[in-house]
Structures are given as structure tokens and as C-alpha cells.
Design a protein around this ligand. Sequence first.
Ligand code: NDP
Length: 449
Amino acid sequence: MSNDFDVFVIGGGSGGVRFARMAAGHGAKVGVAEERFWGGTCVNIGCVPKKLLVMAAEYGAAAADSRGFGWDVAPGRHDWPRLIAAKNTEIERLNGAYRRLMATCTSYDARATFLDAHTLDVGGQRITAERIVIATGGRPVRPAFPGAEHCIVSDDAFYLPELPQRIVVLGGGYIAVEFAGIFAGLGAKVDVVIRQQLPLRGFDEDMREGLAEAMETQGITLHRGKTVASVEAIGTTKRVHLADGTMIDADLVFSALGRQAYTQGLGLDAAGVETNGFGAVTVNAESQTSAENIYAIGDVTDRLNLTPVAIAEGHSLADRLYGPGPRKWDLDRVATAVFSSPPIGTVGLTEAEAAKNGPADIYVAKFTPMRHTLSGRTRKTIMKLVVDQASQKVVGAHMLGEDAPEILQGLSIAINAGATKADFDRTVGIHPTAAEEFVTMRTRTRVAT
Ligand code: NDP
């Protein structure tokens, strides 16, 4: 009996769309189901609209900073509904573009669930496929404390009708620090509650400390080492009760306490697909699940939850199953950025991670960037190289400061290619830039052991 499709993809986000397009391009008959938005989280309620909001906050700061350069301007009042309307227009355009990318596949605006390892229910229709790829992504974790229903999560933040004046952000991960910067940059009073002493656990300590300092300089209140006991609604005010008895009154409580693989209700048991204790689909190095004809890519596998990684996984799987063989990506040292205010760019090992492999030479530069010599804004840039002492290879590069994500993309090529500190030293800088500091760090700051 022949199947309806060679391969059926559940989820039309970054990973699923790339897989589907590539597989169809290699001649496979491909079906794709998406129940919510084509383009998935990144395009609709993640990276892309988030960055537009970050840019909106940056324009306000730039207007204020320009006074130091002789401009007689002030940021004025920010019109949040106008920003959201403009953002929505752009996201709808992208959404349509993603849908058109599916022209070579059969697409379904529907939810798909497993009936068995080769059969899906797609919006009430029974569909069979030789292979199935799960690319359903993740969803924000909803907190469990009393009054959690009064909190919003990142999905909701992109559609707020107005920007509230007082906002409490819960968590200290990517999403929390990015939105704290957006809200504060657009004029809200922001409190951030983190259970650690510093935000961004897992990032290099110098970046974490630098960001905490920059957030506080921006007027954000960091409640360090604190957790939430409950949230109480008093009229339109939300009162956040911390476990130590502190109370914070706000108009909005934004919970950014992590994301979770989206596998609920998929019927994985019917297909013999195993998950780990957190609901993520377990896969081998080739993205194959415990059921041999079923694969999973992207955040639903909870490996490295980043859009370009999901795309690489999808592309590589399509090439392997239907094309010339898998394209190689270096997933060991993936550069990443946090669009906080200021942003962070990072690739490779932190100082603490490198020290576990043996002594590491650490080079750190902390300085006031040129633009802030006249802007009047107190803001430092921090740049750091982590060098394995034995091989002299640069094993990590980190930067907090304007343009850090743009600068780190180029550096990640050098680091993935195995550049040594001597290679950096013999590279002539581009002057005057902040980036040139990465090739002019002559004096070792310390040795990490
Ligand atoms: P993260 O996992 O990065 O951060 C979650 C935060 O919530 C941490 O500070 C964590 O603290 C805290 N937390 C979790 N549970 C509790 C709890 N019960 N009580 C108190 N605090 C808690 O999640 P995000 O939601 O910020 O982001 C999810 C993922 O999305 C990221 O890991 C990233 O892969 C991806 N992403 C990437 C972006 C980018 O590349 N720029 C932007 C946004 C998201 P602790 O550190 O103590 O565990």
C-alpha cells in the first residue's frame, strides 16, 4: 500500500520549513502541517519581532544620546500601538513569505497528531507518510505559583495593546533581559526578579556582571537571589509577593521562566516516540527518534534551542534522507547573541569552562566606547578573549556592548577555524572601531585555572 507522502512535517517553523523545502527540492513528496503561524516562533513571536522592539528602544536612546553631538532633539512620547501595528504589518509580510516557501509542498493549516508511526490525523483527515518529521518547537513555561494566571508570557508581550508603566519581569534568561531592556528603553519602570545573583546563568561571568551593572545604570531594579511566592490582583494592579516578604506593585507581570518542548497532545505514544522527563523528543545524532521512520529537529528536541541550529538540523536531515548526504555544520561552537541593552555576543567557551580543560590565558578590555565619550551616557563595553594556554588557540570570545552580535559573527569564523592568539595579534585592526580591540589585546589580564 503506498503512502500519501514520502515525508510529512509537523510544524511550519524555522526547522520544519527548511527541511520541507530542501526535501521537496530533492524530489520528495512532502506534506507540512502548521496549526498556528507559518514561520513559527522566531518569525512571529520570537527573534524577529523582538529585534524590531529592541530597535525601537534603541532609537529612543539614540535620540537622547544625539544631544551630546549637538542635536537639539529629545525622545518625546513613544507610541506603542503605532509600533505594534508597524511590527504586525512586517510580520504578516514575512508570514506570507514563509507560506509561499511551501509552494513545492502540500501545506495544511491544521494540527497534526499521530495515530500510529506512519499515520497522522491532520485536521480530521487521515494521512499516511513513509517518514515523519516532528518540528513543533517549544512554548513558554507557565509558572505554577498562586496567582500565576495574572502573568503574561512572551507570546502575549508582542500583542499588548498599551505599554504598561510599571512592569515586573520574572527570570534572568535571554527573554527576561531582552524584554527588560525593551520595556525600560521605551519608558516603563522595570523590576527584574532573578533567583541567581546575576542574570544569564551559563554565560561568561564578566558579561553577566557587566550586563547587571548596565541594567541598573539604565534604571532597572534587579532583585537578586529572589523568587516569587505569589501574585495578587488588586484592581488593575498586580502585587508580586517575593518569598522574602518583599512586595512589588506593577501594571504587568511578565514571566520569562524558560521554554519547554511542545509535545503535549501529539500522540507520541501511539507512534512509539520516546521523550525525556521534560517532554522533549529524544533523538540520536542523526535526529532520529526511538521510532525508526520518525525524526525530530529544532527546539522540540531541546538540544541547542536556537533558530539557526533548527535550520541547520532540518537542512542536514533533508540532504541526508533525500539529497547528496548531510552538509556539515559545526554545532560545537555556535555563536549566539542576547539582544539585551547593551547586547552580548558570544562564541565558544567561557572563562570557567576553559579552565576545566587546563590553564587559560584571559584577556579583558573594559572601556567607554567612542560614541559614549560625547553621548553623556554611562555605558561600558567589555571584550574578552579566552585562550587555551597549551595550544594558544582562542577558544572563546565574548563582548558586551553596541554591535557585539555583528562583531561576533565574524569572530566565530576565526574561532571555528582554530585561530590562535598569534593569528589575532598579527591581524591589523580597523580604526577607529570597538572591534579592533579584539586584535590589540596585548597584555594578559589573568590566568584562569
Ligand atoms: P532561559 O532558560 O534562558 O531562562 C530561564 C530563566 O528563568 C533563568 O533565569 C532561570 O533561572 C529562571 N527560572 C526558571 N525556573 C525558575 C523558577 N522556578 N523560579 C525562578 N526562576 C526560574 O529561558 P528563556 O525563556 O529566557 O529562553 C528560552 C530559550 O529560548 C533560551 O534558552 C534560548 O535558547 C532561546 N532564546 C534565544 C534568544 C537569542 O538567541 N537571542 C532569545 C530568546 C530565547 P536559573 O538561571 O536559576 O535557572
